[in-house]
Design a protein around this ligand. Structure first.
Ligand code: PHE
Length: 492
């Protein structure tokens, strides 16, 4: 058994594991999604809801996933197969989620690389990086240029594949052990610059001011659903990522402690990302710089922030901070992308190991990476909908099914992949996991695994209540909330 483990690979240290797991959690979701969702959904009031969800659902699922992976010693598909014949297919939901999320995540990662390189080139020669275009015009030009998006998507995927090919301790761990502390250092520098700008408080109060009225204006259920969906994606839960990372952990490590540290670190990073982004946006907005507002979605990360650095800060300082910021986002995206790819790679390595061979990780990683790259190409070709002439990508007349209220259209491939993975597979996978462990196999499975190295599971009762009752309720919210968003069902 031990030999089998070794041929799959193992983390060199608990610190290395933590950096990889926090690296998986901290990504575009933290920097892109969290700050504006918090600002738009109640500020400090949203934060309280978010922290409650992390405490009562996020940590419990994290602990469940880590323990399951370490117990079986396999990735997400191998784990579900070994645990239960009836639930074996749930592993495939995780695999496919990782696959689809990475297909669009890598395209966005390519964007961050493009912007980092752009600002770097601007440092040396004005106009070299963005062709002398303003932020909105550049974004428009880039997203309608399929070939250039494909090149950056390829570069991003290539870097991700190269790291995962190196294996667990000498690939993923070696990279994240350096990247995560560097990332945090860069973030602190950007925060200091951001909060010391004139007018920064506008941004701080947009994000942090408690606005309980938002609960009644937006609706408490809607806020809850937004926070729960954000938590899932941000903590990399529900698709077997933490199962896979847990499977490379030694039996002597303390799972309970790790399952608390990862969500806390992720939440701190999300808040820090907000402090890096929002005060700068607020500052230049209040100074009246054109084209800057607290927008949402791709606009905030790429158009608004580009404008913050180029027109707001301006000059060499703007280019330097622009480079630093987009490079930081790029690193955060890479450490998440490698965990998504590892979910897929692990399946093939596990199959080799089960056959008794040592596993050809390099070959598997390259093939899976190449297929994901291909699947991401349509996302590049329609540039988040910008490159699509003539309406939506998929538009099924809902009247055909007698559901005139339902929107059966997707504006772009990214939305479509995201709907399948984040909207359906992830919450479904998580619900089935909590039902399988909590109600079918019984929660002792987790307790035994946590105590296998001689440690006592201190939080068993609390964890059991969270896992059996709170988690299924929260995820049901996420599931219906996502479907509601995508199809406009009008439930919330
Ligand atoms: N947690 C990552 C983010 O916030 C995304 C991710 C989701 C990574 C699922 C792995 C698995 O960007």
């Amino acid at each position: 058994m031990e030999n089998e483990k070794n041929s799959r690979g193992q983390w060199g240290s608990n610190f290395g594991f933590l950096m990889a797991a926090i690296g998986s959690a901290v990504g575009l979701g933290n920097i892109w999604g969290f700050p504006y969702k918090m600002g738009a959904s109640g500020g400090f009031a949203f934060l309280i809801v978010y922290i409650g969800l992390v405490a009562f659902a996020g940590i419990a699922i994290m602990l469940g996933e880590l323990a399951l992976g370490r117990k079986t010693g396999y990735g997400v598909i191998g784990t579900y197969k070994l645990l239960s014949k009836k639930f074996a297919w749930v592993g495939w939901l995780g695999f496919l989620s990782g696959f689809l999320i990475l297909a669009f995540y890598s395209v966005l990662g390519g964007y961050t690389l493009r912007y980092a390189i752009g600002f770097l080139m601007e440092i040396f020669s004005a106009g070299a990086g963005f062709g002398g275009l303003g932020s909105g015009a550049f974004f428009g030009a880039f997203t309608t240029n399929g070939a250039s998006q494909i090149i950056y998507h390829l570069l991003f995927m290539g870097i991700t594949v190269a790291i995962v090919m190196g294996g667990i301790s000498s690939g993923i761990e070696r990279f994240t052990k350096i990247a995560m502390p560097v990332l945090f250092g860069m973030l602190l520098i950007v925060i200091i610059r951001s909060v010391t700008l004139e007018g920064a408080m506008t941004g701080v109060s947009f994000m942090f001011a408690p606005n309980f009225a938002a609960f009644s204006e937006i609706g408490f259920m809607k806020v809850l659903k937004t926070a729960a969906g954000q938590m899932f994606f941000s903590l990399s839960l529900g698709m077997g990522c933490m199962i896979t990372y847990g499977s490379y952990l030694s039996k002597s490590e303390n799972l309970e402690k790790n399952a608390v540290i990862i969500p806390i670190a992720d939440s701190i990073f999300a808040l820090c990302a907000g402090l890096a982004v929002m005060p700068a946006v607020g500052a230049f907005m209040s100074q009246g710089v054109e084209g800057i507002s607290f927008g949402a979605g791709p606009g905030l990360l790429f158009v608004t922030l580009h404008q913050v650095f180029s027109a707001g800060m301006g000059g060499l300082i703007g280019d330097l901070f622009g480079f630093l910021f987009y490079f930081l986002v790029f690193i955060a995206a890479v450490t998440s992308a490698i965990s998504l790819l590892e979910v897929c790679t692990a399946y093939f390595v596990d199959k080799d190991v089960q056959k008794g061979t040592s596993g050809n990780r390099k070959k598997h990683t390259m093939i899976v990476g190449a297929i994901i790259f291909l699947v991401g190409i349509p996302v590049c070709l329609d540039g988040l909908g910008a490159g699509r002439a003539g309406g939506a990508m998929i538009d099924i007349p809902a009247t055909m099914f007698g559901m005139s209220e339902v929107r059966m259209a997707f504006d772009c491939w990214l939305d479509f992949y995201d709907m399948i993975a984040e909207g359906v597979f992830m919450p479904l996978g998580a619900i089935l996991m909590s039902v399988m462990i909590g109600w079918v196999l019984k929660t002792d499975v987790i307790k035994e695994e946590i105590e296998v190295g001689g440690l006592k599971m201190k939080s068993f009762r609390f964890w059991e209540i969270c896992f059996k009752y709170i988690v299924p309720i929260v995820i049901t919210f996420v599931l219906f909330g996502q479907l509601d968003d995508f199809f406009g069902l009008g439930i919330f």
